[in-house]
Design a protein around this ligand. Structure first.
Ligand code: F42
Length: 333
């Protein structure tokens, strides 16, 4: 089976720049475009709307939104409206939400598993065009209904890391977005998602399992690593000790990075990033090095490989390089 390629963009860039990247990605053989959702960046739906208008065939969606910042009915409304801009090309990506970001606006995560599941239920019910009376533990609706009729069945992808969320993603999702880059993390996540799929009587072709990686490619390995280093520093700073220990990462070094980032000393933070950290939390290097690592993930069972930030030291050049040298390697079988 061939492997699909997706690409993630963070809308810290304006809509026109991401639209230009989206066009380039589409022309280079990427099938999926994912836009992240954090309130500090540009709005995810404005960014997606622009990308929808400027592209022709790439499938696109939130990568990922959450149940807390936007009520599920508005999420459904936004996705249904996007589907009118680009019929049949839209997906919903939903996850528990980023704890730090939520706390910054005084929101508590509450029951993440229930909230994500209930958002998916309400989303699907509303998309059917019927009046929805839903009694969840987190969300309730009393006769919510759209005044327009959504036309297409829209796939739902669940962003998941924890064992229960992964299992639920496999059980109820049309896709799973696994935010990890290392084979051991992907292997565990695929196993948990498969568990959920089994419970629902699903087979591999029913759920698109995506590795949502931190990625950097360049013909010069050192340049690729240099571009990945800031992203890895932030991942290390945000990772709990068990995750760091699992990858043999020195906790004192991780503390050093966290402390330096907190006071804005980026030089010190980036200087403390080790090769072990780069290896654990990114896929980076020359095209050949990346091909080898992607092939390993494919063997584990992923069906989509998502090229995430930073993509490469030069985003445009990296997209062209992926299209010329990497994607064709996975279109052969
Ligand atoms: N987060 C964002 O805010 N923006 C993004 O753009 C974004 C992109 C993204 C892409 C892929 C991806 O996989 C994740 C992404 N995230 C993004 C992060 C995402 O929002 C989550 O923060 C991340 O996936 C971590 O969530 P998790 O799947 O590990 O779930 C956490 C919350 C968790 O604790 N899960 C437990 C588990 O085992 O899976 C479940 C805990 C549980 O069972 N809770 C009970 C319940 O009902 O929810 C309640 C327990 C109680 O005590 O009340």
């Amino acid at each position: 089976m061939s492997l699909k390629f997706g690409i993630e963009f963070v809308p810290k860039e304006a809509y026109w720049k991401i639209s230009a990247y989206a066009i380039l990605a589409e022309n280079n053989g990427f099938s999926n475009l994912w836009i992240t959702d954090h309130f500090g960046n540009r709005n995810v739906y404005v960014t997606l709307a622009a990308a929808a208008i400027f592209t022709n065939k790439i499938t696109f969606g939130t990568g990922v939104t959450n149940p807390w910042m936007i009520n599920p009915v508005i999420t459904a409304q936004a996705i249904a409206s996007l589907d009118e801009l680009a019929p049949g090309r839209v997906v919903l990506g939903i996850g528990a939400g980023d704890k730090t970001t939520l706390e910054a606006v005084g929101m508590e995560m509450g029951k993440p598993l229930a909230a994500v599941k209930e958002t998916i239920d309400i989303f699907r019910d509303l998309m059917s065009g019927e009046s929805v009376a839903y009694q969840g533990t987190v969300f309730k609706t009393a006769g919510a209904k759209f005044n327009f009729k959504p036309k297409n069945k829209i796939p739902v992808y669940v962003g998941a890391q924890g064992p229960k969320m992964l299992e639920m993603a496999g059980k109820v999702g049309d896709g799973v977005l696994i935010n990890a880059s290392h084979p051991s993390d992907i292997e565990y996540a695929v196993k948990m998602a498969n568990e959920g799929m089994k419970q629902a009587g699903k087979t591999a072709s029913d759920v698109d399992i995506a590795a949502y990686t931190s990625f950097s490619v360049n013909e010069d390995m050192k340049k690729a690593i240099k571009a990945a280093t800031p992203v890895v520093a932030f991942i290390v700073a945000g990772s709990p000790p068990p995750v760091l220990e699992k990858h043999g990462i020195n906790l004192a070094k991780a503390d050093e990075i966290r402390a330096a980032l907190k006071v804005g000393d980026f030089g010190k933070a980036l200087g403390a990033v080790t090769p072990e950290m780069i290896n654990a939390f990114s896929i980076c290097g020359t095209p050949d090095m990346c091909i080898e690592k992607i092939a390993e993930l494919k063997k584990i069972g992923i069906s989509q490989f998502v090229v995430g930030s930073p993509v490469g030291p030069n985003v445009k050049a990296a997209i062209d390089l992926i299209g010329a040298k990497i994607i064709p390697q996975f279109n052969k079988d």
